[in-house]
Structure formats: C-alpha cells, structure tokens
Design a protein around this ligand. Structure first.
Ligand code: SF4
Length: 221
C-alpha cells in the first residue's frame, strides 16, 4: 500500500480527472510504444510471450529467429526430443520449465483448438504455463483486449502515479480496469512500460524531464 502526503494528493487532484490527460500525454510522448517482442504470426506471438517470463524481450528476440525457422507449427514442438527443445530455448532461462509449458501448450493447441491460438482469456489461461498476464498480452496483440497487462513497470508506475494503492498485480489490474477508459486498455500498458524504461526509471525517476510531473503525486519537482 502506498500513501502520499495530503499536499501531493491535493496538488494533482483525483485520479479520475487525471487518467485521460495522463494517457493523452503519454500517447504523444511514446507514439512508438508497442510490444518489443518480434513475431510474425499468432503462434510466434504466443511462444515469444511465454519465453519472455523472467527475462528481457531483447533476450527473447535473440533466440526466436532461429527457433521460429525450425518450429513452424505446434506439432513441430512435439516432434523433437525434450532435450532438443530445452537446448533451443536455453538462453531465455528457466528452460526446463518453459519447455514443459511449451510442449503442454502445443499439445492442447493441437488437440483442443485445431492448432490455432485461442482468443479469450478463459481459453488462453487453460494452456499449460499461460497465466493471466501472458494471456492478456496475447489477446491484446490479437485485437481482443480483455484486461490490462500488469508487469513490473505497470505496477511501479501505477503506484507512483497514485492510480492504485494495491501491490498485487491482479488487484492492480482490477483498479486499472475501473479507471482507464476501455479503448485504452490495450495501449496503456505499453505506454507505462516505455515511460518506465525511458523516464520513470525504477531507481532514479527523471521527474524533471517527465511530461506527467504536474499530474503525479510522487514527482520530485
Ligand atoms: S513525475 Fe517522476 S515519479 Fe511521477 S511518473 Fe514522472 S518520473 Fe515517475
């Protein structure tokens, strides 16, 4: 839970009045904000997002070109020995667990979804190793946004901006779904992620350069 000095809250006003200006300013500031993973189709999207757990998108993008040349259909992930797939994704870390998840997911795609990637959060979260955050990212990229992705940047910035008092990602998502207009649910996490990488850094937020400093109760300027 976070609390701000009453003066800071008073200075910036209620979050309901700040949310649209926050989104609009970030849309201008980070017009290039999109998912940083590289993929060419829905299967590659799903695999990239699954591999990105506990590692950076840059790291995943280093591994996937060769991976996607070799594994083109869900069946391809099941056709090689486990150790071979483990080896092919090893640089992304946690490769044994990720291999298990990938194989379980590919099996279910083949058996239950005719080899296609489903669109609803309910179906996506049935896939082994696919938690709500992964499902949200995939659904959103496929144009079926059903929630707000909460990663480490979204969590930190939502808290700093006084958009939530929660710490748990599921509760933060609930707060953001109530606050952020639905048409922005897909882009909002990308905006916070890019703002978090470029300006509102974890250790040293650059408040003096931040376009949100008059709307942010944590601003140091
Ligand atoms: S004003 Fe500072 S703390 Fe607030 S969003 Fe900007 S960089 Fe982050």
């Amino acid at each position: 839970m976070r609390s701000f000095a009453p003066e800071a809250r008073k200075r910036v006003g209620p979050k309901q009045a700040r949310i649209v200006p926050i989104v609009e300013r970030l849309l201008v500031e980070h017009a290039d904000a999109t998912i940083a993973l590289t993929f060419r189709n829905e299967l590659e999207l799903l695999v990239s997002v699954m591999l990105s757990a506990q590692t950076t998108d840059v790291n995943v993008n280093r591994v996937t070109p060769a991976l996607f040349r070799k594994y083109r259909r869900p069946e391809d992930y099941l056709a090689v020995p486990v150790e071979e797939l483990e080896n092919d994704i090893r640089p992304t870390g946690f490769f044994r667990q990720k291999t298990k998840s990938l194989r379980g997911t590919m099996k279910m795609l083949v058996e239950d979804f005719d080899g296609n990637v489903p669109r609803t959060l309910e179906e996506l979260t049935r896939l082994p190793g696919v938690a709500r955050k992964t499902a949200n990212v995939v659904a959103s990229e496929l144009g079926h946004t059903q929630g707000v992705v909460v990663d480490t940047h979204v969590r930190r910035l939502s808290q700093r901006l006084g958009l939530t008092r929660q710490d748990d990602p599921v509760k933060i998502e609930r707060d953001l779904m109530k606050l952020v207009p639905r048409e922005y649910w897909g882009v909002f996490p990308h905006l916070l992620i890019w703002h978090g990488r470029r300006v509102c850094l974890a250790r040293r937020p650059r408040c003096e350069e931040c376009v949100l400093n008059d709307l942010c109760p944590s601003s140091r300027v």
